[in-house]
Design a protein around this ligand. Sequence first.
Ligand SMILES: Nc1nc2c(c(=O)[nH]1)N[C@H]1C(S)=C(S)[C@@H](COP(=O)(O)OP(=O)(O)OC[C@H]3O[C@@H](n4cnc5c(=O)[nH]c(N)nc54)[C@H](O)[C@@H]3O)O[C@H]1N2
Ligand SMILES: Nc1nc2c(c(=O)[nH]1)N[C@H]1C(S)=C(S)[C@@H](COP(=O)(O)OP(=O)(O)OC[C@H]3O[C@@H](n4cnc5c(=O)[nH]c(N)nc54)[C@H](O)[C@@H]3O)O[C@H]1N2
Ligand SMILES: [Mo]
Length: 669
Amino acid sequence: MVETVRSVCPYDCPDSCGLLVEVDNGCAVRVSGDPEHPYSLGTLCPKMTHYERTVHSPRRLLKPLLRTGAKGSGAFREASWDEALQLIAERWQGIITKYGGEAILPYSYAGTMGMVQRNAGHPFFHYLGASRLDRTICSPALGAGLKMVLGATPAPHPDEVLGSDLVILWGINAAATSIHYLDRVKKARKKGAKVWLIETYATPTAAVADELFLIRPGSDGALALGLMHVIARDGLADRAWLEAQTTGWGELEQQVLPAHTPERTADLSGIPAATVERMAREFAAAAAPFIRLGSGMTRYGNGAMTVRAIAALPALVGGYGKRHAGSFGGTSTGGAFAMKDLVREDFLSHPTRIINMNQLGQALNDLAEPPIMSLYVYHSNPAVVAPDQNDVLRGLAREDLFTVVHERFMTDTARYADVVLPATTSLEHADIYRSYGTYCIQRAKAAIPPVGESRSNWEVFSALAAALGFDEPFFQQRAEDLIDQLLAGPNPWREGIDTDRLAAGHAVELKTPDWPPTYFATPSGKVEFLNREADEPLIRFLQTHGEEDGYPLQLMAAPSLYALNSTFFERDELRERQQGMRLRVHPSEAEKRAVTDGQPVCVFNACGEVRFILDVTEKVQPGVAVAEGVWWLEFAPGERSVNALTSQRLTDCGAGSTFYDNRVDFRAA
Ligand SMILES: Nc1nc2c(c(=O)[nH]1)N[C@H]1C(S)=C(S)[C@@H](COP(=O)(O)OP(=O)(O)OC[C@H]3O[C@@H](n4cnc5c(=O)[nH]c(N)nc54)[C@H](O)[C@@H]3O)O[C@H]1N2
Ligand SMILES: Nc1nc2c(c(=O)[nH]1)N[C@H]1C(S)=C(S)[C@@H](COP(=O)(O)OP(=O)(O)OC[C@H]3O[C@@H](n4cnc5c(=O)[nH]c(N)nc54)[C@H](O)[C@@H]3O)O[C@H]1N2
Ligand SMILES: [Mo]
């Protein structure tokens, strides 16, 4: 008998789609979109349409493994859970006695977005007194930049874009990374809206746009300031609104904007002066201009400042005072849940040190007092996703580092482990999900029993707590208890939601904030061009890191349509659709180096060298090189993948990754 169970896509994507899983005899046999999901409305991306192929992949890890060969070689023997847990407990006790708890470093990110399984390690490592991880690999500069301008003002409902007449997709490849948002943009366009895409190359999203503006990487702040210059100069600004609702407009107009003439904007951004003038006029003439910010332009040394300039732009025309206008960089709904009861910072006996996850290489190789002697990785794949792969792999290869990896597959990180523990997929464990692109929340039960001997993140931490003899009852709970706790107590976000529907596994929407906002949740209560708490109080243009690198091409280490970071490479059919690990460049760049389409090339900079297959295309502008996908080394043409070319440098605010802010060159391999 086939039974249909509701579930949620667990991956790191703003959509958090609703799933219907058909289960036959304990196996997931078919996965489709849930038509009753208020946001995804029954459609799925090409990756999730066959999620059952990931869940029942022949590559799944089924048993704990202990290393028998050299680190990285992938030689292991099977072990029982008891043996593996005992070994971890013994090694950790020895390390704690000799070096202290801070010699142990947890490393996790976004293999699953479910709140319980994602945060399951926090109470455990707090109790253990381990080092803490600053989880800033994604796009904290986006959040930091928006916060400096708009404070904690809640974002609009994603449907707000439906009534806009000018939608700007700014540094977002929505056709790959937010397909259901793009559906809404297409709807707005059908009703007559113009759609602009501001990008560094022609991504698949360009097909949906009326106009594609190719910009010099990292110069979006200059474009935003140039548009403001023209709007102010030509009397197109809503001065009454600016006066009443913003701080620092006078300073910005007098001290910053004069230098950002259309000509200087063209010099900095590569967008012709006449185009800058026209964009400014059309933006100001729109009834409801709406900017959807992606993370593209935020992963630079000037990322947060760029976001501030873009987020300020709608304010010039009173956009934050109108329906269907303004900006959207994602939703933030953590406040709807009793997170502190899950994270348990109170378990920390003293504040332990914090290590930035983008600098894992430096942490493993260079830290002292104490050095990192053990690394515990769960739902993350730092051997390929973290910047500066050569430094990361050097660290992982340390003979004296005791590494445990909890994974669904034999990833490159798992290959360097002393102990590999098999992990469940989201269909095999319970959780509750929120979303960073919508206001939906959804609770999911396990749809099938664990595959092999796999265990969920929470179950492993619970078992480790027992192996280490923690006498704290918190660790003896089940995931379902933790979900109940997250939902316990009254909370304004959850006021009036249909709790029966939520309990039955349906997605429900939290209380949606008003748009336009009735107040700005900033210190001044206004939109802040001038933020007195920031190191750089006034918005201005900042340089990128890449400018100092001395190589000719800016590397776009961008996501692939057929993968999610390093996830989904287990699926042959999806990998094949990527047609190999390719470097895409403009014909003029290939010609200069006397290489042709389809040839193997060696891409290099000060961080490393990586082999790619060359793809020569007019879709990429000169001066830019595009490498889509975070490839497993097993499928790469050489020994390394794209992150051997990215650095451990951080963003201006938010201590974020700078994946796009690196320069490279290439030659025939
Ligand atoms: N299919 C698929 N979906 C995904 C992911 C995936 O890997 N694959 N990853 C998920 C995750 S973890 C995240 S954080 C989101 C990210 O999703 P997005 O917000 O779309 O962010 P990115 O894909 O990093 O960057 C978007 C685009 O910005 C462009 N870009 C780079 N530099 C600049 C610049 O200086 N200016 C401008 N204007 N554009 C620039 C890049 O070329 C890229 O196409 O997507 C999620 N969804
Ligand atoms: N060059 C380049 N590098 C990038 C990016 C890029 O666009 N380009 N994107 C960056 C961004 S935005 C992000 S967010 C990071 C993402 O970095 P990560 O969060 O490390 O993401 P993934 O590569 O998806 O790896 C997640 C791993 O978790 C495992 N997993 C899934 N579910 C579970 C579970 O329930 N339990 C356990 N124990 N394991 C599980 C999966 O099998 C997978 O191997 O990568 C960053 N790195
Ligand atoms: Mo991300």
